[in-house]
Design a protein. Sequence first.
Length: 118
Amino acid sequence: MKALRAQINPHFLFNTLSVIAGLIHYQPELADQTIEQLAQIFRYTLRKSESEWAYLAEEVDFVSAYLRIEQARFGERLQLQFDIDPAAGKLLIPAMSIQPLVENAIKHGVSATDGRGQ
């Protein structure tokens, strides 16, 4: 689990940097927000690299940062909606276990089609 959590998908990093480079001149505010989201992802990854468990609320924040980066990449093609019971935020789950599921949904869903994804 530690090795799995420690790896950053190089394609994700490359795509994120490409998105930021493309946004800098035309949408500098969105580029800045995307950089902040990338920093949040790295901070969380470093904090949780040795932890086995995390609160669901922390994982949702982490995945939200990831999804905002992907939304900067896909624009209107990616629609986000969260419906999470606030009481569930205190549940402990394996650290960094949701993001790979969401990443695969983006990879095999939104990026594989020309339409919108939610």
